[in-house]
Design a protein around this ligand. Sequence first.
Ligand SMILES: C[S@@+](CC[C@H](N)C(=O)[O-])C[C@H]1O[C@@H](n2cnc3c(N)ncnc32)[C@H](O)[C@@H]1O
Length: 251
Amino acid sequence: MDSEIPINSNKWFQNWFDSEHYLKLYHGRDNSEAGKLAKLICKSTGIQSGSSVLDLGCGAGRHAIMFSKLGFKVTGYDLSRHLLLEAKSGAICQETKLSLVRGDIRNLPFKSKFDLVLNIFTSWGYFESDLENLAVLKNAVSLKRDGGFFVLDFLNAEYVKKNLIPSSITEFQGVTYSEERSIRDERVIKSIKFCDGNGEKCFKESVRLFDHDQIIEVFKETGVSNISLFGDYDGSRFEKSNSPRIICLVS
Ligand SMILES: C[S@@+](CC[C@H](N)C(=O)[O-])C[C@H]1O[C@@H](n2cnc3c(N)ncnc32)[C@H](O)[C@@H]1O
């Protein structure tokens, strides 16, 4: 990666996203899905190639690489060394350029603003304190330039509560992943268990279930002038009780 901000954390989101198994378990979250969202964002914003993009929680760079290939100047920011290295090699394979910075989203180092700031595929709501989560969102919005855009792609809390699948099994590349999900204290909590060549492993995910009204309230507090909502990556209208995602396009 190109630079690194000092990090002091040993939380679930550091352990799990640094494990090689995150990308394996979520292998369905691929370039084709990323392409749909990139297309939706380009069409809805009218943003021109050459514009600057900041992808906060870029992971292995599936969206960042896509935007870079479309001619945008892309910076990816993430905590996971493993995923940033994947993003770096992905960009090299696809013959495109990314600027990659490793750091914690609670400590953003950027001095200049961006035409488009992204936070995609539930890369928010991980912290125990609401104040911390809300500050992260507000700071992210503040990195868009005047007239620029911020995109939040988050789970739709109402949908998650109604459609939670308590347990499931996924097999991938010879590993059996057993997932258990529950809702506690307004968080969706997942435990992931599997055996690999090094024995039994257990990881956790825990995401605060901020709902539509709470998210809109935060955006309003930042003083943004326009908020458009979509309910999935095909750009369907957001419906509180039926949409799997809440995709907020803020300008
Ligand atoms: C669910 S993944 C999504 C990755 C990517 N946006 C995608 O769509 O494939 C969440 C990402 O947020 C990153 N992340 C988690 N906690 C973070 C933190 N405190 N600071 C910065 N990035 C963090 C993870 O490393 C991971 O790459």
